[in-house]
Ligand binder design. Structure first.
Ligand SMILES: NC(=O)c1ccc[n+]([C@@H]2O[C@H](COP(=O)([O-])OP(=O)(O)OC[C@H]3O[C@@H](n4cnc5c(N)ncnc54)[C@H](OP(=O)(O)O)[C@@H]3O)[C@@H](O)[C@H]2O)c1
Length: 276
């Protein structure tokens, strides 16, 4: 077998984006499914909320999905059942993202079942709020180990195992820009996602992997359990006149994962309907 010359290799590399662009321009559901048919995604914290909507959406786009949860096994199974009923492929795996061994096992499960990892969405998160003077050590430590150490564990494994051409996305939050009373520690964990993703985007240079932090605004999930007045205030601060649904955020994540999304890289992307 002859080894391709350097010139041939350069020509092949130059042609690759054109092939991707041609594929992307034919982005019918069938074309997208064909592009993603052998590709697999891991979504942490996908038993409910934004993660569950993202798992369903990525499955609809053709990804085989590994659904992760902490305690809600039945909800995670329901997400898998929904995906399978729609003709997709999915598995559910329990695992605390704060535990590096559990995160490694999650990636093992995805690789063993689906042959590799192409998309990683570091979504699992909790929100503990209190005035700083009243914040307990336990609430602070739990949130740091889930949101910061947990996301680090996931991004570290993603750096090691995501296949070339993949996507890595970590959930940040618009709250990081707002400096709201009681939200300081939570917002700190979310602004950290921008830093982690910005560095990682450069570390995976040459592998055509985009890495972005995505910051939703107020979204209708268990995490955003607030008094009706505050909910109304959030809706009024959004030009669309409503807070987000998990599917709105899942759509934005899917856009980053689509072939057309490849050029958005190393960014903090606000997906909040214009909430300010
Ligand atoms: N909702 C919003 O308004 C909003 C706004 C901006 C950003 N975000 C961010 O978006 C992400 C998802 O939020 P959400 O509103 O969808 O939350 P959610 O509805 O409360 O769901 C949280 C998910 O994370 C899982 N989880 C929690 N701790 C975990 C751990 N240690 N290990 C593995 N999984 C864990 C939960 O699993 P179990 O079901 O097993 O508990 C659940 O699937 C979070 O990172 C959050 O900070 C949310």
């Amino acid at each position: 077998m002859t080894t391709p010359s350097r010139r041939t290799l350069l020509a092949m590399a130059a042609a690759a984006p054109a092939v991707v662009a041609a594929n992307a321009s034919a982005q019918t559901p069938a074309a997208l499914a064909a592009l993603t048919s052998n590709r697999a995604a891991i979504v942490t914290g996908s038993s409910r909320g934004i993660g569950a909507a993202t798992a369903r959406r990525l499955a609809r786009d053709g990804y085989a999905v590994t659904v992760n949860y902490l305690t809600n096994a039945e909800l995670a199974s329901a997400v898998v059942r929904d995906i399978e009923a729609a003709g997709g492929r999915a598995i559910a795996r329990q695992g605390d993202v704060a535990d590096p061994a559990a995160v490694r096992a999650l990636f093992d499960a995805c690789e063993d079942t689906f042959g590799g990892v192409d998309v990683v969405v570091s979504n699992a998160g909790i929100m503990n709020t209190a005035p700083m003077g009243q914040f307990t050590d336990e609430a602070f430590d739990r949130m740091m180990s889930t949101n910061l150490k947990g996301s680090f564990n996931v991004l570290r494994e993603a750096a090691r195992r995501t296949r070339d051409g993949g996507r890595i996305i970590a959930l940040s939050s618009t709250s990081m820009t707002q400096k709201r009373p009681t939200h300081g520690p939570y917002a700190a964990t979310k602004s950290a996602q921008e830093m982690l993703c910005g560095s990682l985007a450069k570390e995976v240079a040459g592998r055509r992997i985009s890495v972005n932090a995505l910051a939703p605004g107020p979204t209708n999930t268990d995490l955003f359990r607030v008094p009706p007045a505050l909910r109304q205030q959030a809706a009024e601060a959004t030009p669309y006149g409503r807070i987000g649904e998990p599917e709105d955020v899942a759509d934005s994540i899917a856009a980053l994962c689509a072939p057309d999304g490849q050029w958005i890289n190393g960014q903090l992307v606000f997906a909040n309907g214009g909430f300010f």
